[in-house]
Each structure stands twice: as structure tokens, then as C-alpha cells.
Design a protein around this ligand. Structure first.
Ligand code: NDP
Length: 515
């Protein structure tokens, strides 16, 4: 049964020779097409600088589908259907900054439209590194492709990063708005395509019991963790120019925080929801450069063995500067200045080469006013009820609370009530890219990032980056080289991250409990 149906469309993928296109986009498009969520007339025009004939690219695409489309759905892929699907793909070799290549693209598009896409709807997917976002969009506009000559719609999907700091994010937005209206631009953050991230919204606004206690009167603090066990592998060149704050916090984590903390929207439409997310992000305290050390901790993983594998120290990774101050771990104590959250810190932490792979939000409720039963805890670990929203792995929700231990004494013990997506709904298809591409084709921008969300998130993140730059300059003036705290792979980051919470009488939790 088709889930939703979309009108006829031509999808142009820039950077089609790359990892994202082959590993995520083509498999997502294949599944949507194969289950009739996309029309059978779908046409894909793959574009990149690498030379391929149509036939050679179709072979590449087929290999990618056989390798990756099955993983997405945890089953064998229908290879016959894959062969039929790749027949819809054509390939154009071209540079991203060559106006003549875009004139050729326009001709190609006109021919495809005439044969297969009468509606003239065009989706341009920029699956390239960000340095070519501007040339591509400029050339599309100059070739007359910013709107459809056959009267259909024209939309752009852009992958993160949307800028490197506030100034570059603003420049990118201004550039896009020169040639495209904001409602044509779909900035993708695949976190928002995850079922469990969307469930934060349903949990809060689809149930009566949570919203009354979702505020400073009942919530002590909130922790958001995105932890990875792997190091940066061979992505040294890219990562050293980015770092954990830019790579994870500015986008995914601030989006998850916005969904967790935003006010109820006035409606379920894209504008109402994104207005509330922007309001929340605007309430995030901007850290003065001199205060950065009080609010944020950064670190780098050293080398060492974890679970039988050897991790190369960050500073010894190829293409990483030996005196790099790029962080592979960051923890940030975020303050939110609004009526709901005044005085309730949101602690964000993310890092590479950590002890386990997990993404979760822990809502930690206030302690009981007086502890009448003995639960064996020190005063610092007096029980807080914790609602844990696990985004990955073992997607689900856990409520941690104390219950009476059976026996003659009144003793309490920590127990958990657990909701598991897998147990409740069975194995889930839920591939984020499928959902998001379908939404873009249907013109629904709710799960995409609006220009002002990007800029306000960058504003707060750039303030932290400015503070770190100040620390580096001061070290240089003293004749020192700034070295970031190192942490052993397989741990939970530098000791300073624990200190950040300890200063407030708190500690990090995984799935509700002290790790
Ligand atoms: P790639 O590095 O694989 O680049 C995609 C294609 O762009 C390449 O095949 C290459 O094609 C072209 N390209 C690469 N470098 C340059 C350059 N310096 N100048 C011009 N063109 C270049 O990137 P990914 O496919 O991994 O990612 C694409 C985008 O998606 C990026 O913005 C990335 O941040 C984002 N992203 C990727 C994810 C992933 O899982 N891979 C996940 C989330 C976001 P050719 O040389 O043939 O033109």
C-alpha cells in the first residue's frame, strides 16, 4: 500500500559519486519508489565531476543498492527491483562552478521533462561538501533553473554544515535567498527524520501527564548525550577543521534540545513548530568569551586499546595538526532564559571514542523534599526520578524511580519502567532519509531547519568558539601552546566533564542511572 503519493518529479543529485549519495540517498529513493511512495515515472539525474557513462553509473548505483539498501531495512534487497530502478537514472559529468555545464544541465532537464516529467517538478539535492553550495545554486539560477519553466515546483535540499560560524551561515542564507525563496530551501538534519526524535514531540504534546511537570517546578536539570565509540578514522582532514561543537552540537544536539524544551506550538504546521524552536534557541544564554571555561569543557582522545582494538590518538591521526586544538569531546552547560526553564541547566555532551554508542535525553526530576526511607545512597545521589528518552540504540523510554524492596524493612531500591520501540511496534523501517525526502517532495518543511534557526544556533555556538579562540590567543601571548585535556578512549571524556556537573552537585547518567 502506498504511504503517501507524490507528483511526478525529476530529482537531480549533485555530488552523486559520493558517499552520501551512494550509501543513503539512492537506497532511500529506491525503497520509496519500490513501495510506490514515489511515482513509477520518477527520473533521477546524477551529477558530479567524476567521469561516468550512464551505464557505468547505473552499475555503480546497483552495487550500492545491493550493498546498502538491504542494511537499511535489515533484510535482503530485491535485486530485480534494483535493476529496474537504476534504469531511471541518467548521469551528467560536470563541474560545480562551470556555467556551461549548467546550461547543458538545463537542456538535459528539458529533455527529461518532455519525456517523463510533464508536471515539471524539480528537486535539486546538494550532496556535496559545502564549499560548492554557493557555486551550484548560483549556476542553477543563472541557467534559469531556480524556477521551473514548465510550471512545476523547484526545491533544494541542502546537507549540513550550513556554515562554519555565524558569519558564514548568514552569508550562505543571504546567498540562497538571492535566488530562491525560503520555502524552496530544505536544510536537512537527518536527526529530525528519526522516529524517536519525532516521538519527543508526541510524548510531550500527545499525552496529558508529562506537560504539567515539564518545567522548572518539577525538573531539576536535563542531560543530552550523543556518544560514539569510534574515533574519527580517516576523516582527519575534515574533522580537524570542524570539531565536536560544530559537527554535532550546533545542529543535531541543539535541534534535540529545541524539541525537548520548546513551548507548545499553536498548530502542527511547519511555521508554528519552527517558530517555537527558534524562540527556544533565542532563549539560550550566550556565553561571554571570558566565561567559557565555567560553562564548557573540551577534550581530545589519546591513544589506547578498547575492546581489543587499538585507537590512534587524535593528535597522531593523519591530516590532523600535531598541535591541534580541535575538540573531539565537548560538554556544555546550557542555560535557558525563559519562564519555563529559568534555573534548569541543560547539560549537553558529545564525543568520539567514548565508552558506548548512545544518544539519549535524560529529564532529571527534582528530589523528594525529605527522604524518609533508606535507599543506601549518599545525599548527593538521593533519588531523582528520571525520564530517559533513548534515541539510539534500543530506542525507547525509561522511567527510573524507587520502589520498596520486598522484606520486613522499609528499604527502597531503584527500578525502571521501560517502553521499547522494538517490543511495542516490532522491527521498524524508519530510515530517516526516506521520511525526509518524501516530506520535501510533498512540500512539508516541518522537519527541516529554517534559516533563522540555523543562525541563532550558530550565534550561541560562535560565542563559545570565540571564547576558545581567546584562550588560545592568551596562551600564545604567554609563549605557551594550548593543549586540550586528553581522555582515554573507552572512557566518558575528560575528568573536567564530570567536574562540570559535580560543581552543581550532579552527575552524568546513562539511561537514568549513574554509569
Ligand atoms: P563526499 O566527500 O563523498 O563528496 C561528495 C562528492 O562531492 C564527491 O564524490 C565529489 O564528487 C564531490 N566533491 C568532494 N570534494 C569536493 C570538493 N572539495 N570540491 C568539489 N566537489 C567535491 O561527501 P559525502 O557524500 O560524504 O557528503 C556530502 C554532504 O553531505 C556533505 O556536506 C556532508 O557534510 C553531508 N553529510 C554526509 C553524510 C554521510 O553519511 N556521508 C551524513 C550527513 C551529512 P566529484 O569529484 O565526482 O564531483
Amino acid at each position: 500500500m502506498p504511504r503517501k503519493s507524490t507528483p511526478s518529479v525529476l530529482i537531480v543529485i549533485f555530488g552523486a559519486s559520493g558517499d552520501l549519495a551512494k550509501r543513503k540517498l539512492l537506497p532511500a529513493l529506491f525503497h520509496l519508489w519500490n513501495e510506490d511512495s514515489l511515482p513509477k515515472s520518477l527520473r533521477i539525474l546524477a551529477y558530479a565531476r567524476t567521469q561516468f557513462s550512464d551505464a557505468a553509473y547505473r552499475d555503480e548505483a546497483l552495487k550500492s543498492l545491493i550493498e546498502h539498501a538491504g542494511d537499511m531495512h535489515e533484510g535482503d534487497v530485491d535485486q530485480e527491483a534494483c535493476r529496474r530502478f537504476v534504469k531511471q537514472i541518467e548521469y551528467q559529468t560536470g563541474a560545480y562552478d562551470d556555467p556551461a555545464a549548467f546550461d547543458a544541465l538545463a537542456e538535459n532537464i528539458a529533455t527529461i521533462d518532455k519525456a517523463h516529467n510533464e508536471a515539471g517538478n524539480h528537486l535539486f539535492y546538494l550532496a556535496t561538501p559545502p564549499n560548492v553550495f554557493m557555486p551550484i545554486t548560483e549556476n542553477l539560477a543563472n541557467a534559469g533553473l531556480a524556477s521551473s519553466s514548465s510550471g512545476g515546483w523547484t526545491r533544494l535540499i541542502i546537507e549540513k554544515p550550513f556554515g562554519h560560524d555565524l558569519a558564514s551561515a548568514h552569508a550562505l542564507n543571504q546567498h540562497l535567498h538571492k535566488n530562491f525563496a525560503e520555502d524552496q530551501v530544505f536544510r536537512i538534519d537527518h536527526y529530525l527524520g528519526k522516529e524517536t526524535v519525532q516521538n519527543i514531540f508526541v510524548l510531550r504534546f500527545g499525552n496529558g501527564i508529562f506537560e504539567p511537570i515539564w518545567n522548572r517546578n518539577y525538573v531539576d536539570h536535563v542531560q543530552i548525550t550523543v556518544a560514539e565509540t569510534l574515533g574519527i578514522g580517516e576523516r582527519g582532514g575534515y574533522y580537524d577543521r570542524s570539531g565536536a561543537l560544530r559537527d554535532m552540537v550546533q545542529n543535531h544536539m541543539m535541534q534535540v534540545m529545541a524539541l525537548t524544551a520548546m513551548e507548545p506550538p499553536v498548530g502542527m504546521d511547519a511555521k508554528s513548530i519552527r517558530d517555537q524552536k527558534v524562540n527556544l534557541l533565542r532563549s539560550v544564554q550566550r556565553i561571554a568569551p571570558a566565561d567559557v571555561e565555567r560553562f564548557a569543557v573540551r577534550g581530545q582522545y589519546s591513544g589506547g586499546g578498547v575492546d581489543g582494538r587499538e585507537v590512534t590518538a587524535y593528535l597522531k591521526t593523519p591530516e590532523v595538526e600535531p598541535d591541534s586544538t580541535t575538540e573531539t569531546f565537548v560538554a556544555w552547560r546550557v542555560g535557558i532564559d525563559n519562564w519555563r526553564w529559568q534555573g534548569v541547566p541543560f547539560y549537553l555532551r558529545t564525543g568520539k571514542a567514548l565508552a558506548s554508542k548512545l544518544t539519549e535525553v535524560n529529564i532529571v526530576f527534582r528530589k523528594p523534599p525529605l527522604m524518609l526511607v533508606d535507599n543506601g545512597d549518599s545525599p548527593m545521589q538521593m533519588p531523582n526520578n528520571v525520564l530517559s528518552l533513548r534515541i539510539q540504540p534500543d530506542e525507547g523510554i525509561t522511567l527510573t524511580f524507587d520502589a520498596k524492596k520486598p522484606g520486613p524493612l522499609v528499604e527502597a531500591e531503584r527500578v525502571q519502567m521501560d517502553f521499547s520501540y522494538l517490543k511495542a511496534f516490532g522491527a521498524q523501517r524508519g530510515e530517516a532519509y526516506e521520511r525526509l525526502i518524501l516530506d520535501a517532495l510533498l512540500g512539508d518543511s516541518t522537519l527541516f531547519i529554517r534559516h533563522d534557526e540555523v543562525e541563532v544556533a550558530w550565534d550561541r555556538v560562535t560565542a563559545l568558539l570565540d571564547g576558545w579562540e581567546k584562550q588560545e590567543k592568551e596562551a600564545k601571548t604567554r609563549g605557551d601552546t594550548l593543549r586540550l585535556p586528553q581522555y582515554r578512549p573507552g572512557t566518558w571524556g575528560p575528568a573536567a566533564a564530570d567536574e562540570l556537573l559535580k560543581r552543581d552537585g550532579r552527575y552524568w547518567r546513562n539511561n537514568g542511572v549513574k554509569r
